[in-house]
Design a binder for this molecule. Structure first.
Ligand SMILES: [Zn+2]
Ligand SMILES: [Zn+2]
Length: 99
């Protein structure tokens, strides 16, 4: 069914159909994050990171929904989890122009 999230909390972007995870991340202020599910290398993280685009640690454990975590200064450098960034939607997949 459209719009129904999988058991692990992942879903698909309604516009571009990319696999995403939308989650409320609570810290001081709760923030709704829509994250891509594509793990980034450290070089890609450095390229993607801007003041408005954060990198998240995607904690994956068996039998529990995926969980996004802040990457703070105490975050282990040798983290075993994939790191992802916010989904910046490229928009609906382009069809051939109608005119
Ligand atoms: Zn991590
Ligand atoms: Zn999208």
């Amino acid at each position: 069914m459209a719009g129904r999230a999988a058991a692990d909390g992942t879903t698909r972007c309604p516009a571009c159909r990319a696999p995403i995870l939308r989650q409320l991340v609570g810290h001081r202020a709760a923030l709704t994050v829509t994250a891509d599910l594509t793990p980034l290398t450290s070089a890609e993280q450095a390229a993607a990171r801007t003041p408005n685009r954060l990198i998240w640690c995607l904690v994956q454990r068996p039998h529990t929904p995926h969980q996004l975590r802040w990457i703070d200064r105490w975050h282990p450098a040798a983290c075993p989890h994939p790191h992802v960034t916010e989904h910046h939607c490229p928009g609906p997949a382009r069809q051939h122009p109608l005119f």
